[in-house]
Design a protein around this ligand. Structure first.
Ligand code: NAD
Length: 507
């Protein structure tokens, strides 16, 4: 059955969208129950999604287990497995327009940004294909010419991947690509608020003719489908990206079956501008860093720390920028800021803005145009004269809202940067490179940028410390540390001495 989703207010006619099914053991499967998928721009229903629970999850895990244990995936020649990876990348590239359309329709993210994310997703498959072929090798040691010890990296088995709604396709492929490239099989539980591109990826992978059971998708809610995946005894590891409190629940639930877990969690990242910084570039970076991806970005610079000497001119320029940020239909290429993911999240962000006023901030906002009132729009928002101890500076708001905090000394900037529970990212702007490095090393975060906005290199580790996560993704961290088990083989090269317990002494 197909239904017609409502046109966006900007007039874009949407195609008919199929209801989304699970993808289990190489087949598209319905569930008895479904849930509504809502367009954040119009708050109208787009389509319905199969709602998986324990039964569907059990089916997916058993098919992933069979595909891992009986093959052919785990036994394929490397070249053949990587040919699948390259094929998936090529198919994603052919579908970039469709994927970015679906992603923007589903999440409200501006299409100019989802196009880039879709290209990045294709690159995730190519990158991990190259990396596994060239870098996934072990070590070898000889000891006293009597032993040879060497390591090999083995896949774990069926792996559960649980992803959020804020950059769904990019984050899903960032987990799927290294998991598959290293020979594991996968069960993906996508976020219930943004299932469309995971549905499309199932079609792409089906077209690439991956052996049945290697890649499975079960849609549904966290407390049911997600929890069934986490507690399943045959799932060897869970890679999770999402909120800190969900991560903590998942670690607890995974403990019963002693699963390996990787946690990419929330953030409250500082962007520090010193008095000697190139303030024009820092301004561009600060505005992009908080208002791109609708502010629903884990590495967003949601706290702006400004040196007192540059504060007033910087704030004036910020005010001008937020007036001019283009809000609109996420499917329009000119849109810079789209609607937030859903009504509940939009209310939550607005409540934080009210709280900021109560806490004593001076709230300055852009203006939502009249014609956008049906969507979940929050205008670009500055919380001026904020103090780091305020709740709005301590808690992740996850919207287009930036607190502005003044500092005087380097020590104070570091102290403020570190006085939050989170430690995901940080940005330092100064023309004194010694200070740049000093501060970057002192800020408690997994990733720091000096005089740069958030540009990622797929080879380096991605992730946070403190309440922002445990473990790292990206680069060789993903394949060596998470998706593989190092195995050591000790081999004797001669007849070394072995103690002979219980052997009768020769008289
Ligand atoms: P969320 O934690 O609400 O949901 C994430 C996923 O977990 C969803 O698929 C959900 O269904 C599932 N889930 C929920 N409860 C579960 C349970 N009990 N057992 C198993 N699965 C469960 O997060 P969200 O609101 O979708 O995403 C936003 C959050 O993600 C923000 O905090 C953001 O900072 C974080 N994030 C972090 C990174 C990073 O790399 N550190 C990247 C993107 C987003």
């Amino acid at each position: 059955m197909t239904i017609q989703s409502k046109p966006n207010a900007a007039g874009a006619e949407h195609k008919q969208l199929q209801h989304v099914k699970h993808y289990i053991n190489g087949k598209f499967i319905k569930s008895e129950q479904t849930f509504e998928n809502v367009n954040p721009y119009t708050n109208q229903i787009i389509n319905h999604i199969a709602e998986g629970r324990k039964q569907e999850m059990d089916l997916a895990v058993s098919s992933a287990k069979r595909a891992f244990e009986e093959g052919p995936w785990g036994f394929l020649k490397l070249e053949k497995r990587m040919a699948y990876m390259e094929h998936i990348a090529a198919l994603i590239e052919e579908e970039i327009e469709e994927l970015s359309y679906l992603e923007s329709l589903d999440t409200g993210l501006p299409i100019s940004q989802t196009r880039k994310m879709a290209s990045r997703a294709a690159e995730n498959f190519r990158f991990y294909s190259r990396m596994v072929q060239t870098k996934l090798h072990g070590e070898a040691y000889t000891a006293d010419d009597q032993f040879l010890n060497y390591t090999v990296y083995k896949p774990l088995g069926p792996i559960g991947l649980i992803t959020p709604w804020n950059a769904p396709f990019m984050l899903e492929t960032w987990k799927i690509a290294p998991a598959l490239a290293t020979g594991n099989t996968v069960i993906l539980k996508p976020a219930e608020l943004s299932p469309l591109t995971a549905g499309k990826l199932s079609e792409i992978i089906h077209k690439a003719e991956l052996p049945p059971g290697v890649f499975n998708v079960v849609h549904g809610f966290g407390e049911t489908a997600g929890a069934a995946l986490v507690s399943h005894p045959d799932v060897k590891a869970i890679s999770f990206t999402g909120e800190t409190k969900t991560g903590s629940i998942i670690i607890k639930n995974a403990a019963d079956t002693l699963k390996k877990t990787s946690m990419e969690l929330g953030g409250k990242s500082p962007l520090i501008v010193f008095e000697d910084a190139d303030t024009d570039r820092a301004l561009d970076a600060a505005v992009w860093g908080i208002f791109s991806f609708n502010g629903e970005r884990c590495t967003a610079n949601s706290r702006l720390l400004l040196h007192k000497d540059v504060k007033s001119s910087f704030v004036e320029k910020l005010k001008e920028r937020i007036e001019n940020i283009v809000m609109g239909d996420p499917l329009n290429s000119d849109t810079q800021l789209g609607p937030l993911i859903g009504v509940d999240h939009c209310r939550k962000v607005k409540r934080y803005i009210e709280l900021a006023e109560k806490e004593g901030c001076d709230v300055v906002q852009g203006t939502v145009p009249e014609n956008l009132m049906d969507g979940n729009f929050v205008p670009p928002t500055l919380l001026l004269n904020a103090m780091n101890e305020m709740r709005v500076c301590q808690e992740e708001i996850f919207g287009p809202v930036m607190s502005v905090i003044e500092f005087e000394t380097e020590e104070e900037a570091i102290r403020l940067a570190n006085s939050v529970p989170y430690g995901l990212a940080g940005y330092v702007w100064t023309n004194d490179l010694k200070r740049g490095h000093r501060v970057a090393q002192a800020v408690e975060a997994g990733m720091l940028w000096i005089n740069s906005h958030n540009v990622r290199d797929l080879r380096i580790p991605f992730g946070g410390m403190k309440a922002s996560g445990i473990g790292r993704e990206g680069g060789h961290y993903a394949i060596f540390e998470f998706y593989c088990e190092p195995k050591v083989i000790h081999t004797a090269l001669g007849n070394h001495h072995i103690p002979q317990f219980g052997k009768r002494k020769e008289l």
